[in-house]
Structures are given as C-alpha cells and as structure tokens.
Write a protein that binds this ligand. Structure first.
Ligand code: NI
Length: 171
C-alpha cells in the first residue's frame, strides 16, 4: 500500500468518464488498497479512482467520526438507480479542489447499486451524508465535479484561480 498523488483542478483527467471494472483481480484489490491509503492520508471521507488518475469506476469511503474506528466502504461500478424528490443541502468540498467549500443541493435520498470486492451485487438506500457523498463520488466516475452545481460566476472564479496557480507552478 502506498498513498498516491491526488490530481487537482485544472487536470483534464477529472473530466474523464471512467470505465466499468470487468474483473475484480489482484490489480483491482491493490488499487482499492491504494485508494484507502490515499484517502486516509489526505485525509478525506471519499475518493474516486480517477482522483489518483485511474479511470475505473471505483469509489472508497469512510464516514466514521474521528473518535470511532475506521469503517472502510468500497463501491465498484456504483450506479444511482433512484433519487428522491426531496432535496437536501450540504457544504461540499473535494480533495481535487483543495480549500474550496460550497453548499450544494442534491436529492436527499438515493438508491445505489454496486459490487463489493468479492464481486457480489448490492443495493443500498442512503440518506444524509452518505447520500451526498455517494452522489459526489459517483459524479467523479462520470467526470462531473461538485462545482458544476454552483453558480457559473463562482465556478468560473474557482477554475480561473486553479488555472492561474497551475501556471505559476509550471513557470
Ligand atoms: Ni470529490
């Protein structure tokens, strides 16, 4: 296991649509280990494989509180199959858009279909933080970022800021 580098805006790979996992083999298990390591190291509560530059539909998550034991969860080929009419708002952030937080409105409840590490199919109904987090991470597998839901003015401002910072690093 080794923490990997998290890619950030304006890296174009964040806009890629990730490929489904066809076979869960040793390389996929190794990738999942690296995702957890990277997520805990950051630290963050959720990470999609594309955030370490791997365009596969894999998401790791741990919503346990600091004082609790780790509760690692992995979702392979996750897919939202139902969303509630009811909405809820959370202040979201993203390891690929460091130090930027903004309130985002999303469906309050979702049903998600996914595979576990053994390849077994599961369906869960989520609400609260889990529902938001699942939608945020599944968005990553489709090349969608949480800033896509905020006002164009704010989005343009944050994209510009990151583009500028990246240029400075290059120079
Ligand atoms: Ni994110």
């Amino acid at each position: 296991m080794a923490p990997r580098e998290i890619i950030t805006l304006p890296d174009k790979r964040l806009r890629l649509k990730s490929e489904p996992v066809k076979r869960i083999d040793a390389s996929i298990r190794k990738l999942v280990d690296d995702l957890f390591e990277t997520m805990y190291d950051a630290p963050g509560i959720g990470l999609a494989a594309i955030q370490i530059g791997v365009a596969k539909r894999i998401v790791t998550m741990d919503l346990s509180r600091k004082e609790e034991e780790h509760k690692p969860q992995v979702f392979i080929n996750p897919e939202v199959i139902w969303t509630s009419e009811e909405k809820s708002k959370y202040e979201e952030g993203c390891l690929s858009i460091p130090d930027f937080y903004e309130e985002v409105e999303r469906p309050a409840q979702v049903k998600v279909k996914y595979l576990d590490l053994e390849g077994h199919e599961h369906e869960i109904e989520a609400s609260g933080l889990l529902a938001t987090c699942l939608q945020h991470e599944i968005d990553h597998t489709n090349g969608v970022l949480f800033i896509d839901y905020i006002s164009k003015l704010k989005r343009d401002r944050i994209i510009k800021k990151f583009a500028k910072a990246a240029k400075k690093v290059e120079a």
